[in-house]
Write a protein that binds this ligand. Structure first.
Ligand code: SAH
Length: 249
């Protein structure tokens, strides 16, 4: 009989319990231990006062997955958590890379509300048409490749959602990203900047491609850049699905 525990890779949503799926909550509730980066375990620990919680530092993702696998092999059910969706720049892929072909441990990934969806709902309906997400972090991806993706996304008139736009150590990527967008998109293209979506400190601004760098952009920010049809109405950013009609209510 397999005495190993199960691994739940859980997307906890952007922050608050209300934005967490019921399934994510249940998975954490039936786990013996919850493991995650400290910022995320801090967000959920109050809901699971009787569960063991293990926080680890950023940049230790692989070690965290190895540890989770060992815990499961010792018979524990483990919830490995990511913010938003664990399959979007989160822990799900790493967990599948770390597990061995012969390890008799089940992994279940539980979907969460990713930051793009949380941010989009806050500012209106900006991602109603084809959109792409691009991470500006060049820690794991070559910057030349990221620039190529930005270029093609702009050329393709996609709505673009930027993750990891800027950090203390990475300040130039967002400037280059804006330059690339301006090559193909009009300077008055609506842009939404959403910080700390779904958290106590949530803030947002709706601006334009030309002026977007005047807003504060940090590591807890999503930058949503519209397509050629995106407009602002009643203070909200909206991308219509129909190209020919403009509806008035
Ligand atoms: N797995 C996460 C993304 C992790 S990458 C998800 O699905 O949302 C980290 C980046 O996500 C941050 O740099 C930021 O761009 C974005 N992000 C995560 N949570 C956010 C929040 N609450 N508000 C705004 N942006 C957020």
């Amino acid at each position: 009989m397999n005495k190993n525990g199960k691994i739940y890779v859980v997307g906890i949503g952007p922050g608050k319990k209300a934005d967490m799926t019921f399934k994510a909550y249940e998975a954490m509730e039936k786990s013996d231990i919850i493991v995650g980066y400290k910022t995320y375990t801090d967000l959920i620990e109050e809901y699971f006062p009787n569960t063991e919680i293990k926080s680890s530092s950023m940049m230790k993702e692989v070690d965290r997955c190895i540890e989770v696998l060992e815990l499961a092999k010792s018979g524990k059910n483990v919830a490995l958590i990511s913010s938003g969706d664990a399959g979007v720049y989160g822990m799900a892929g790493i967990m599948y890379e770390v597990i061995g072909e012969n390890d008799d441990v089940e992994i279940e990934v539980i979907a969460g509300v990713t930051a793009t969806n949380a941010a989009a709902a806050i500012v209106g309906a900006p991602i109603m048409h084809d959109y792409v997400t691009i991470s500006l972090s060049n820690l794991l991806t070559d910057w030349e490749l990221i620039k190529k993706r930005l270029e093609l996304a702009a050329q393709g008139d996609f709505i673009v959602s930027l993750y990891n736009p800027k950090s203390k150590g990475r300040t130039t990527q967002i400037v280059e990203a804006q330059e690339i967008m301006l090559k193909h998109k009009p300077k008055d293209t609506p842009v939404a900047i959403v910080r700390n979506a779904g958290r106590e400190t949530e803030e947002h601004e709706i601006t334009t491609l030309e002026k977007m760098l005047d807003s504060e952009i940090n590591m807890l920010t999503i930058v949503l850049i519209g397509n050629s049809n995106t407009f602002v109405k009643k203070g909200k950013m909206v991308t219509p699905r129909g190209y020919d009609k403009k509806y008035e209510y």
